[in-house]
Design a binder for this molecule. Structure first.
Ligand SMILES: N[C@@H](CCC(=O)N[C@@H](CS)C(=O)NCC(=O)O)C(=O)O
Length: 316
């Protein structure tokens, strides 16, 4: 973990994210502008660039919206290497983990290009504006919503009539599932871990019941809420179950959730965003507290291609 202070990247930030009772608190995103039809940042194909890492679940939600809406040509990407270094997220000079847009060697260079005296955490995803050469946003929830609305006038992934329901699912799932696995994995006391792991599995039980009776979270066609749940499900068995001690059950032990996850995986272009070996490399990175030697476990083998029993429709 690291932080940038007045444009200088500091590798060590040992206190990051832990409160007095040992519970993990995620830092708030600081750059939160929006793409709108009439503001500084207008929607235009080719104007924006996303900095991501395959293993980051927050980046994954933005990649899923981009894939489902077919925005791969409209929004270019740079993919950071799965393992962070003492420079945080880094890029190679060429190959799949290089940065074709700014030729940055580390993500902190991108933040420094935005503001030379930047102070704050250096996180993916980052949405970059090639025209004004600045960061639009480093908050994945906002990026997912703005790609799904500014770049799709029909708001297929967030139809106004379902927006309140989508927001309710997003709030629950963010707190108890997307961030819940991190709270369990980063807890520094038994009490904090016990609370978070119990909340996580209680919420998975709720989702299992809901998805036994419904094809998707809103019950109809795919929405943004499903794309915000999926990144945690995609990482669950290969990463969170072991690396974050979320081991009361595996995803594959939940018939409906596992079927739903495979139905999402089967949607066009979604499989291209799922990288189990990279999840393992990232989540089993050397960590003094969780995995000092950085050894990556061999299993488990998860077969995402088993045909699901349900079909999820992408809204036309
Ligand atoms: N609120 C941010 C959180 C993003 C985030 O925490 N990303 C992680 C990777 S999964 C990161 O870049 N961490 C680097 C750090 O905190 O130093 C969002 O959802 O966009």
């Amino acid at each position: 973990m690291g932080v940038m202070i007045n444009g200088v990247y500091e590798a060590e930030d040992p206190g990051h994210g832990t409160t007095q009772n040992g519970a993990y608190e995620r830092a708030k995103s600081t750059l939160r502008n929006w793409i709108t039809p009439d503001g500084t940042f207008t929607p235009a194909p080719g104007r924006y660039h996303l900095f991501v890492a395959w293993n980051c679940p927050w980046a994954h939600r933005t990649l899923l919206v981009r894939a489902i809406l077919g925005l791969q040509n409209a929004i270019s990407i740079s993919i950071a290497k799965p393992r962070r270094t003492d420079q945080g997220w880094v890029f190679d000079t060429d190959g799949p983990f290089s940065d074709p847009e700014l030729q940055a060697t580390a993500l902190h260079d991108v933040y420094a290009r935005h503001r030379p005296a930047y102070t704050g955490r250096i996180t993916v995803p980052v949405l970059w504006d090639k025209e004004t050469k600045q960061i639009v946003s480093n908050e994945s929830a906002d990026i997912a919503r703005m790609l799904g609305t500014a770049f799709d006038p029909n708001r297929r992934l967030c139809p106004p009539e379902h927006e309140a329901q989508i927001d309710r699912w997003n709030t629950l799932i963010h707190k108890k599932v997307n961030n819940g696995v991190y709270r369990a994995g980063f807890a520094r006391t038994q009490e904090a871990y016990d609370t978070d792991v119990t909340d996580l599995f209680a919420t998975l039980d709720t989702l299992e019941t809901h998805l036994t009776n419904n094809t998707t979270l809103t019950g109809g066609t795919l929405t943004e809420a499903d794309l915000r749940l999926f990144p945690t499900l995609a990482r669950f068995d290969v990463a969170y179950h072991y690396a974050f001690k979320c081991n009361l059950a595996k995803l594959s032990d939940y018939p409906a959730l596992w079927d739903y996850a495979r139905a999402l995986y089967a949607l066009p272009d979604v499989a291209d965003t799922v990288k189990p070996d990279i999840y393992k490399a990232g989540y089993f990175s050397p960590s003094e507290l969780r995995n000092p030697l950085g050894i990556i476990p061999a299993g488990p083998k998860v077969d995402w291609t088993q045909p699901p029993h349900r079909t999820i429709q992408v809204p036309a």
